[in-house]
Ligand binder design. Structure first.
Ligand code: UDP
Length: 383
């Protein structure tokens, strides 16, 4: 058996020695494809294909740009001035600005900066102001909460992005003292029980618990998965582009005064809030994102007003004759809210600059325009 195998080997060796292929013709590798192309008008088809492809790429917008639908096109002038590469609004769309003919296109070869992911929730209008500053730099703004936070943390880990969670003052519940940047035991347990519905009411529980969970997830990803994170707790914020009918107190009062309706004050109107203008918040978030401190940072304006005082400021700004109407309040409405911003002052060098009496008129002119349109603005501005 073994000898037979050896014999066959010899035989095959012999056969291969006997084979002598024709010498290769080098010019054939060039002429063959050319002849193939010229046959049956194939070249014409190739040119037509190239023309169609060029047309498609020239007409369709680049898929490499970010844009966001914005409900209106109001941009406060002070925000415009503060933006080095301001985004452009066209027909209610926001896109990165590189000249009118190249709306939304990021020029080839332009390198993106480090990735950033911003997760916000609820305050969609804040997100719309943020996109002004962030999208033009190639960052992402996502409006979401628990599940979205989890998804985005996963994405941040995968792509190595810095992650900003815009949490809320609601995580403090109904505090017994003005919120520092820490949840105190008694305050948080009491409010958690209440907001979860274990104590009588829990009408706002999903938002508050969602944000607490989102903060916990964010810190877990930071500690366990090395994701670079930043956390801000946003206090009551107002400004242009705020949703007109979402029931927040500033938007309610402003819209009511403009429409000549009574201002609805809930409860006795002695509960307090601190109102920050949106551009101050955006500045704080930018500093947080650019800095090295994780937070959580309270971002809000410490100027504290009762709801009756707010109603008075709205009367002074829009209509001194506006009436006040008292309505029952919700049971779990926090009694006071004023941020302690010491940490943000010390570590971010940030503090708000726009007081309520200066910020409110900017919001009013935006609301006036959206409620009445350009035509009626002149008529009502004398009010
Ligand atoms: N509020 C009011 N009238 C309104 C809407 C709200 O007096 O038309 C009160 C509300 O009871 C709360 C405060 O204003 O005490 C702030 O309410 P908002 O919903 O704006 O903010 P948050 O309660 O989330 O801080």
């Amino acid at each position: 058996m073994a000898s037979e195998l050896i014999f066959r080997g010899h035989e095959s060796q012999h056969v291969s020695d006997a084979y002598s292929p024709k010498p290769p013709k080098p010019w054939l590798s060039v002429t063959r494809p050319i002849r193939y192309m010229l046959r049956e008008q194939r070249l014409v088809f190739v040119f037509v294909g190239i023309a169609i492809a060029s047309l498609v790429f020239a007409v369709l917008p680049s898929s490499d740009h970010h844009h966001a639908q914005i409900s209106d096109s109001y941009i406060p002038s002070e925000l415009i001035r503060s933006q080095p590469h301001r985004s452009m609004y066209q027909n209610g769309h926001l896109s990165t600005g590189f000249g009118i003919n190249s709306v939304g296109k990021i020029p080839l070869g332009l390198k993106r900066k480090g990735l950033r992911i911003v997760v916000t929730g609820g305050a969609g209008f804040v997100g719309s102001h943020l996109v002004d500053r962030l999208i033009s730099r190639g960052d992402s703004v996502i409006v979401t909460n628990v599940v979205g936070t989890l998804n985005m943390l996963g994405l941040a880990k995968r792509v190595g992005a810095r992650f900003l969670l815009t949490s809320t003052s609601e995580v403090y519940g109904d505090p017994l003292q003005h919120p520092k940047s820490k949840l105190t035991g008694e305050t948080s347990i009491r409010s958690k029980l209440k907001k979860c519905g274990l104590m009588e009411t829990g009408v706002r529980s999903c938002y508050d618990e969602g944000k607490r969970t989102a903060e916990t997830l964010t810190m877990d990803y930071h500690r366990g998965a090395n994701v670079e994170v930043r956390i801000a707790r946003i206090f009551n914020t107002y400004g242009p582009r705020m949703c007109i009918d979402d029931g927040r107190v500033v938007s309610n009062f402003v819209a009511q005064a403009l429409r000549k309706e009574p201002l609805t004050v809930y409860g006795d109107g002695k509960q307090t809030r601190s109102f920050q203008f949106v551009s101050d918040l955006v500045e704080g978030l930018m500093r947080l994102m650019e800095g090295e401190h994780i937070g959580p940072f309270n971002l809000g304006n410490p100027g504290e007003f009762t709801m009756l005082e707010l109603a008075q400021v709205v009367q002074e700004t829009i209509d001194p004759n506006a009436k006040i109407e008292f309505r029952p309040n919700t049971e779990d409405d926090p009694h006071k809210r004023k941020p302690d911003i010491t940490k943000a002052k010390d570590l971010l060098g940030w503090e708000p600059k726009v007081p309520l009496r200066k910020g409110l008129p900017m919001m009013v002119s935006d609301f006036r325009q959206r409620i009445f349109g350009d035509h009626k603005e002149e008529v009502t501005s004398s009010a």
